[in-house]
Structure formats: C-alpha cells, structure tokens
Design a binder for this molecule. Structure first.
Ligand SMILES: O=C(O)c1cccc(C(=O)CC[C@H]2O[C@@H](n3cnc4c(=O)[nH]cnc43)[C@H](O)[C@@H]2O)c1
Length: 207
C-alpha cells in the first residue's frame, strides 16, 4: 500500500521534490509514495483527487501553507489540522448563516483519520474559496466556527478520503495571519521551509 501526498502548488513542496529527486510533474509516482499537485482551491482539488485517489493508497496527506486566526501561533509553525469545515457552504439569511448541514443537504465538517503518531500541535481548520481579508468576515468566522487555520483545500481532501474510506492527514505551516490583505507580512519562505523539513522527515521515516 502507498501514501498519496497532495499539495495545491509545487512551490509548497519545492524542497520535498529536491530531497526525493522527483521529476517535475503534477502527478509523480515513486516506489513508496505518489505525489499529486492539484492546483489551488477545492474544485481543482476535488477534480484531481477524483482522477487519482484510489484504494491503492492507504493514506492521503495534504501538505500546504495556511493562514492563522490565532496570534499566539508563530508564523512558520507546523500544525496537524484534524478538523476542517467548508465554511462558506450554505445560505445567508440576512445576517444569519445557515450551513449546508442545517439546510439538510449534506455535511460541511470533516476530520483527519489515522492511527499514525504525528507529534504536532492540533488545529481546527476552515476551507474557503476566498482568502479572508476583512475585519467583518474574520469576526463572523471566529464567532461561528472559532477556527485556527484557513486554507483553500483542506476540507476537500478530507471529503475525498472519506468517500473512499482512506486514512487522511492535513499538515499545514502558517505563512500568514488572517487579516486585511498585506502580503508584506506573509512569511511564505519560512512556512515552506518548515513544512518541507517536516514532510521529508515524516515520509522518509515511513519508508
Ligand atoms: O508567492 C509565493 O512565493 C508562494 C509560494 C508558495 C505558495 C504560495 C501560495 O499562494 C499558496 C496558496 C495556498 O496557500 C494557502 N493559504 C495560505 N494562506 C492562506 C490564507 O490566509 N487563507 C486561505 N488559504 C491560504 C491556500 O491553501 C492556497 O492554496 C505562494
């Protein structure tokens, strides 16, 4: 059985490619794991996993950078996101938000699943189409869901893994705080480095 490593962009796993001497490509097969680059966002992620996720894998790991709502978490920190919610999936009723679950049309909340020891701080994530960047949206998301991390793919990976009953993990390093957009404050280099160091050690030890 194999692990499927999933990331939205090649840049997020640049050192991982180098370390394992992987060829350029969005779907790379190797002896002990395969690597899938999906593109950014849940639709691209769902489509790519629809094509590639199968029962030949016993674990799918989503690696990526993420925004963070909690200023007590350092930029560059690597977290194990064990819960994730499609935060925009539902309906507005004036100021109220009605989730897809409360509408009776399915689930919006998914979890990681594995027996493996990960040894990272645990976090609760949300998955968004639009990177949150206004005080009003931040306040509303914190009140409604109290998330620590925000990504654009996490819940989609958990969703796909659940459909096939395959174990899954989501490991994210913090590149930025969720705030009105100021890319000068983002520490993408640090987050990518820490994420790749962790991914290389974890995947290396599994094999
Ligand atoms: O500009 C670069 O050098 C660069 C290098 C690696 C990755 C990127 C990305 O923009 C990755 C997009 C990816 O990041 C996740 N992300 C990061 N912060 C947030 C956030 O605050 N809210 C939502 N998503 C975030 C997301 O999963 C994207 O897929 C750039």
């Amino acid at each position: 059985m194999k692990t499927l490593v999933v990331a939205a962009t090649k840049a997020e796993l640049a050192f991982f490619y180098q370390h394992f001497n992987l060829p350029e490509g969005d779907f790379v097969e190797s002896k002990n794991f395969d690597l899938l680059i999906t593109g950014v966002g849940m639709v691209a992620t769902a489509f790519a996993l629809g094509k590639h996720l199968s029962h030949k894998y016993d674990l799918v790991i989503n690696f990526g950078i993420a925004g963070c709502f909690d200023r007590n978490v350092a930029l560059g920190a690597v977290l194990n996101v064990i819960e994730d919610t499609f935060a925009e999936l539902g309906a507005e009723n004036g100021e109220e938000f009605i989730s897809i679950t409360d509408l009776g049309f399915g689930e919006n909340y998914f979890t990681a699943r594995t027996q493996r020891k990960v040894g990272l701080p645990l976090a609760k994530g949300i998955t968004m189409n639009c990177v949150t960047g206004s005080e009003k949206s931040i306040k509303s998301l914190v009140e409604r869901l109290n998330p620590t991390t925000e990504s654009m793919e996490g819940a989609a990976v958990f969703y796909a893994a659940k459909q096939l009953n395959i174990d899954c993990l989501q490991i994210r390093s913090i590149s930025n705080y969720v705030e009105p957009r100021n890319k000068d404050n983002w520490k993408i280099g640090l987050a990518v480095k820490n994420l790749n160091d962790w991914a290389i050690a974890f995947i290396g030890e599994m094999n």
